[in-house]
Ligand binder design. Structure first.
Ligand code: GTP
Length: 313
């Protein structure tokens, strides 16, 4: 965090010749769907943020923790910045503002394959409110743009402001992701590690399981439904020591008609969602899982403070 006391850089003849360990917080901002969650996962080396081809599906500040010999990065994943239309939208924007005020480095993401537009400019302008925070521009998805296009985008991005670094990369192929990790660590304050070596996130296991279920449920649904989806975990317990883990979860929607969409013909869609989610959860937990999903309706929950609280926002 910016106000954390920083140790001075060591210097002088008898100083430690090893490079100093650095640690701090970074967040990626950018329009919905530019690849922020995918980048977080690529840096962490494990799925800590759900990704989806549906825009604006990241809802909470998830911390992914990146460990390297030279330092540690705590990646705070934020919802996309956008003009709020619902109470949920307002809360999400407040999360973004709080997060940006509190990190050492902001990574501004634009995809290589789309021209810089008003949405990008709006977000870039918001960054003026954080003059002391280091700012890195990241040109994402270089795997789907040719070298000329990437070069043009690098130039366009360089016109937006003075960046501490500008890095093109592909989170999908991993190209230049390590370079970004190195550069980000270099911009962090000198600090001992802030999290233990094993930690990849500080989200609870329940939250991660709920997010994996939400990700599975988002796959293949139509445009208005994504924002209406929330997942809560009722119970998660092992059947016997070291045995199958039973998970009972609720998938919340806002309307009866959406309930039908999620469940599908004779439950076919819900079965698919359950299978997809279960496989991801098993991967994460390293254990066999029995997953039971219930679809429930919480009318207009995005606009209702009480419901939002219940669903964890
Ligand atoms: N080709 C390609 N696709 C990518 C890359 N990174 C992300 N994507 C795809 O772009 C889509 C959006 O990725 P996300 O990581 O969910 O984007 P996001 O910016 O976190 O999106 P929000 O949660 O909506 O803010 C997904 O379909 C990803 O698979 C990349 O490097 N190359």
């Amino acid at each position: 965090m910016t106000d954390r006391p920083r140790k001075p850089r060591s210097g002088g003849a008898d100083s430690d010749p090893l490079p100093e360990h650095r640690a701090g917080f970074v967040t990626f901002v950018g329009r919905p769907n530019v690849g922020k969650s995918t980048l977080t996962n690529a840096l962490v080396g494990e799925k800590v943020a759900i990704t989806s081809s549906k825009p604006q599906t990241t809802r909470r500040a998830i911390r992914g923790i990146v460990h390297r010999a030279s330092g540690q990065l705590i990646v705070v994943d934020t919802p996309g910045m956008h003009r709020p239309r619902t109470l949920l939208g307002e809360r999400l924007n407040a999360v973004v503002q709080d997060t940006l005020g509190d990190v050492d480095v902001i990574g501004f993401c634009v995809p290589a394959n789309e021209p810089i537009g008003p949405g990008d400019r709006y977000i870039n302008e918001q960054l003026d409110s954080f003059p002391r925070t280091r700012k890195v521009a990241i040109v994402t998805k270089t795997d789907v743009a040719g070298p000329t296009r990437v070069a043009e985008q690098l130039h366009a991005v360089s016109q937006l402001r003075e960046w501490d670094e500008i890095i093109p990369l592909s989170a999908l192929t991993g190209d230049q992701v390590e370079l970004l990790a190195d550069e980000l660590i270099g911009l962090m304050p000198v600090s001992p590690p802030l999290y233990g070596e094993e930690a990849v996130t500080d989200e609870t296991e329940d939250d991660r399981v709920a997010e994996l279920i939400r990700e599975a449920a988002l796959e293949g649904v139509s445009d208005e439904l994504p924002h209406s989806l929330a997942v809560t975990i009722d119970e998660m317990a092992e059947r016997a020591p070291g045995g199958v883990i039973d998970i009972y979860a609720n998938v919340w929607v806002e309307r009866d008609s959406q309930k039908g969409i999620i469940i599908g013909h004779k439950g076919s869609r819900l079965t698919e969602v359950g299978t997809r989610a279960r496989l991801e959860i098993e991967k994460m937990l390293g254990r066999r899982v029995f997953l039971k999903l219930h679809v429930k309706v919480a009318k207009e929950w995005q606009r209702d403070p009480k419901q939002l609280g219940r669903l964890g926002f």
